[in-house]
Design a binder for this molecule. Structure first.
Ligand SMILES: Nc1ncnc2c1ncn2[C@@H]1O[C@H](COP(=O)(O)OP(=O)(O)OP(=O)(O)O)[C@@H](O)[C@H]1O
Length: 238
């Protein structure tokens, strides 16, 4: 009988503890943030080669934040139960409890910094290197820069609209930048000759359509070639 009672007591206590955990998760905004960050850090840690000790420190730091937030809530609720009026001791108790959470949170930030900083810098360096070496990325950067350059020059010369007319021709600039990109990416003479021929056709159609003058398309073509050469030279250098 006694054993049964004890077991039931244990189960009840266990349930009450889980209810306490669920309460803070449901009703405490800060706790939701703590759990969210904890899940992110745990998922992120899968991509890092953490040792057993590092993993233990991580789990311990996260638990410390959650536990201190729970004690903070417990103290707040106890005080609110006792008084809803201003009391200097109530203020001290709540402030001290909140201070405990702050120290635990700062500790976890420092732990995260020490555990992940080196690996994160290695990761970002290799990512930047990959982007720089990647032709699609260089081409995209090139196209965006050409568009920006065209809009800037059009604004400076106060001609046309960003997408139509004015000095220089955006279509010619893009077409010649793409032809230059193709030249850098392939070493096949036929491929880049055809690419430049198509760029000439684009420029010619802009003049034919009376959207641009001859010199506006020439300026566009030069701008496109220059920007593309610059971007690909820098991209290949790194
Ligand atoms: N009865 C009180 N007497 C004096 N000051 C109080 C009292 N209740 C709250 N305070 C002050 O207001 C602050 C906020 O208290 P409150 O109970 O609203 O916590 P909270 O904002 O819910 O905190 P948390 O975001 O950690 O849950 C306390 O840190 C304390 O400085």
């Amino acid at each position: 009988m006694k054993t049964g009672k004890t077991r039931q007591g244990l189960v009840k206590a266990f349930n009450a503890a889980i209810e306490g955990i669920l309460y803070t998760f449901k009703f405490e905004r800060n706790m939701k943030i703590h759990y969210f960050v904890a899940v992110l850090v745990f998922l992120g840690s899968l991509f890092f080669d953490l040792s057993k000790v590092e993993m233990l420190i991580l789990i311990f730091s996260i638990s410390l934040v959650v536990i201190s937030e729970m004690f903070n809530t417990a103290i707040e609720k106890t005080i609110d139960m006792i008084t809803d009026e201003y009391h200097v001791l109530a203020k001290i108790a709540k402030d001290v409890a909140a201070g405990g959470v702050l120290i635990a949170a700062l500790n976890s930030v420092i732990v995260g910094y020490i555990l992940f900083y080196d690996e994160l810098t290695d990761l970002s360096t290799s990512l930047l290197y990959t982007i720089r070496r990647s032709e699609p990325h260089i081409t995209l950067i090139c196209i965006v820069l050409v568009l920006i350059a065209v809009v800037v020059v059009k604004t400076m010369t106060s001609t046309g609209t960003p997408l139509k007319g004015g000095m220089p021709s955006g279509h010619a600039a893009l077409a010649f930048a793409m032809a230059t990109a193709i030249t850098f990416m392939t070493e096949r003479v036929v491929a880049y000759t055809l690419a430049y021929l198509m760029a000439v056709l684009v420029a010619q159609s802009r003049i034919e359509g009376k959207i641009h003058t001859f010199w506006e398309t020439v300026a566009g073509a030069l701008l496109g070639v220059l920007v593309a050469m610059l971007v690909f030279q820098i991209g290949n250098f790194y």
